[in-house]
Design a protein. Structure first.
Length: 142
């Protein structure tokens, strides 16, 4: 089946590219994986630097159980803290702590260098149009 529609080829290539970029970021963020970096970033932009676990999962594109598996080691090394949600004891929330803030700052500096290298290698001078396209695709619900 070598003749596929360009739209299908686009999504196949998007998946492959995402895996390649994730590996590059995983090895270039100074001990943080891309998903952990995303978690720290989203916590840093949240009100009071805390979010419900389920909301955090939505932000990073994982299931709540997938995020839970990532949070335990992050808490163990002092990047985040989990606590009960004040409005509902059955719900947990995640809070960014000082160790996570430091690691995010370091990771952000490395991410800026990585992204500049990646975009310059393929001749992209202004990634805003790509960003808008990805945001639109990310809003589609199945």
């Amino acid at each position: 089946m070598s003749n596929i529609q360009p739209s299908v080829a686009f999504f196949l290539e998007l998946g492959r590219t995402q895996a390649i970029m994730a590996r590059r970021f995983d090895s270039g963020l100074g001990g943080l994986g891309l998903t952990e970096f995303m978690i720290l970033y989203h916590l840093s932009t949240a009100e009071n630097e805390r979010m419900r676990r389920i909301d955090l999962a939505e932000k990073v594109g994982l299931t709540p159980s997938g995020v839970t598996r990532l949070l335990a080691p992050m808490e163990k090394v002092g990047l985040i803290k989990r606590e009960a949600y004040a409005e509902d004891a059955r719900v947990s929330q995640v809070m960014l702590v000082s160790g996570g803030k430091r690691k995010l700052e370091e990771g952000m500096e490395r991410a800026e260098v990585l992204t500049e290298d990646i975009f310059s290698a393929v001749g992209i001078k202004n990634p805003k149009a790509l960003l808008e396209t990805l945001r639109k695709l990310g809003k589609i619900r199945c």
